[in-house]
Design a protein around this ligand. Structure first.
Ligand SMILES: Cc1cc2nc3c(=O)[nH]c(=O)nc-3n(C[C@H](O)[C@H](O)[C@H](O)COP(=O)(O)OP(=O)(O)OC[C@H]3O[C@@H](n4cnc5c(N)ncnc54)[C@H](O)[C@@H]3O)c2cc1C
Length: 457
């Protein structure tokens, strides 16, 4: 491991003279805050943190790391539970202060820098009555999210975030700055839409936006005793859901902090108010809810409605897999397993994956998951480090109990730090070999390896 003592002090001072952002070392103001990620389980100490303000800073930071032999980690929004945005002993290239955004209302596009979060992005686009598929928790960064595909409330209507990317500005391993589009670098453009952080550092993204202001959405919750009925209803209901309607089901705990278990449906309808009310009428008519908060709201509000359940700094261990069907045995297993969950912040979440996202070819972008179905997510979250072993064990055992229902794919953005190569392969699926060839062309030495890594072959 290279330490700061091994860094050429003169070189660092020369860089400081022109660097727009800040270069932070252990003990300096801002260092501890900058190395902290969303997942409080991650506690890494970079030799140097380069808090970049622009593309030139990123180019210089990459050059410095290569000269000094420091491994590079890249932080966008810092949300990835695997925690590879930070590094022990290397150079953390931190993009959190790169917040520039410009909406072109006539072209319905936005150019956004890589430190922007979905809350910031949605505020800017909503101002123009426009939107694109974004994170279901608004504190998530647009960068890692989009490079990993990016599923969200609007995927049925508009596809994944990655499906809406028009251009990416990319700093490559040899310091080139490329404006990557379908015309300029077709292979690389293909790889960036789902291939994660493997090909360079994305400094900004251009997205196609869509007219959208109001949605109908929210939460409806039922007593946990009704969980099996709710999941059966959910299975049937989602069979005919329109592209505009995305409904997730979740076994969780009441948002009032009481620890009371509930079964809930969370939804977003991006069509007209009339179409939304007609389509969700069966949900309103179903069962005996203990809480109903469904109605029209601005689109950014639906992206923030789950934020309080995912506090920054809480301890996270996640597992996920696509599932082939919501069978009766899957539903029984979910109800049984949830009864023994050790944290009142844990959940069993089922995301409906359908519509526009499934009408893109499996090899058209780097994201291979294009079949209608469901994604199972176990987002385990707790506060007390003494509870770590119990929560990790419950999550692993629960995940294993669902194995008979697993489909082949894994969602790249949800992979944790302890996944094996087969999980990464399952996330890239049949696109892995092409991705590996493109990786060899743009990053033959695997400079960008702190990610869900594709080895250059
Ligand atoms: C509470 C919560 C909710 C989530 N909800 C969703 C969801 O609705 N849908 C979904 O698809 N995912 C979701 N995720 C997963 C999320 O998309 C990924 O964790 C994603 O990596 C986060 O992006 P980030 O920029 O915030 O992360 P970071 O931790 O900063 O980055 C993650 C990795 O991406 C790479 N990276 C980041 N920025 C760049 C860049 N500019 N250039 C090159 N590589 C880069 C790096 O390899 C880095 O290690 C959620 C995660 C959390 C914790």
């Amino acid at each position: 491991m290279t330490t700061i003592a091994a860094l050429d002090t003169e070189r660092l001072e020369a860089l400081s003279a022109t660097f727009s952002g800040s270069l932070l070392r252990s003990g300096e103001t801002g260092y501890d805050e900058a190395r902290q990620l969303h997942n409080g389980l991650i506690d890494k100490r970079p030799t140097l943190i380069a808090r970049c303000r622009g593309t030139a800073d990123v180019v210089d930071a990459v050059a410095l790391a290569l000269e000094a032999g420091l491994q590079i980690s890249v932080r966008g929004g810092g949300h990835n539970v695997a925690g590879r945005a930070a590094t022990d002993g290397g150079l953390m290239i931190d993009l959190a202060e790169m917040k520039g955004m410009y909406v072109d209302p006539r072209a319905r596009t936005i150019r956004a820098q890589a430190g922007v979060t979905w809350a910031e992005f949605n505020r800017e686009t909503a101002f123009h009555g426009l939107a694109v598929t974004g994170g279901q928790v608004s504190t998530t960064g647009i960068a890692g999210f989009t490079l990993g595909g990016g599923l969200g409330w609007l995927m049925g209507a508009y596809g994944l975030a990655a499906d809406n990317v028009l251009a990416v500005e990319l700093v490559t391993a040899n310091g080139d700055v490329l404006d990557v589009t379908a015309d300029s670098n077709p292979d690389l453009f293909w790889a960036l839409r789902g291939g994660g952080g493997n090909f360079g550092i994305a400094t900004s993204f251009e997205f196609q936006l869509h007219p959208l202001t109001q949605i109908v959405g929210g939460l409806i919750a039922y007593p946990i005793d009704a969980a099996a009925d709710v999941l059966h209803f959910y299975r049937d209901f989602t069979q005919t859901a329109s592209d505009e309607l995305t409904v997730h089901s979740v076994l969780a705990h009441a948002p009032d902090g009481s620890g009371v278990k509930i079964a809930a449906l969370a939804l977003c309808h991006a069509g007209t108010m009339e179409a939304a009310e007609a389509e969700i009428a069966p949900i309103r008519a179903f069962g005996s809810p203990v809480m109903e908060m469904l109605g029209p709201m601005p689109y950014p509000a639906v992206n923030a409605m789950l934020d309080a359940n995912y506090p920054r700094g809480a301890l996270n261990y996640w597992k996920s897999s696509f599932i082939s069907e919501l069978s009766d045995s899957f539903i029984d297993e979910a109800v049984t397993r949830f009864a023994s969950t050790p944290s009142t912040m844990n959940a069993i979440l089922i995301e409906h994956y359908h519509g526009a996202v499934t009408r893109v070819g499996q090899t058209d972008t780097a994201v291979p998951h294009r079949s209608e179905g469901y994604n199972l997510l176990l987002p385990s979250i707790w506060i007390d480090p003494a509870d770590t072993d119990a929560n990790v064990a419950w999550t692993r055992e629960t995940y294993d109990a669902f194995r008979p229902s697993f489909a082949e794919g894994r969602w790249l953005n949800y992979l944790g730090d302890d996944e094996k190569d087969d999980a990464v392969r399952a996330a890239y699926g049949p696109n892995y070999e092409r991705l590996a060839r493109i990786k060899r062309e743009y990053d033959p030495d695997n400079v960008f390896h702190l990610n869900q890594n594709i080895e250059p072959t």
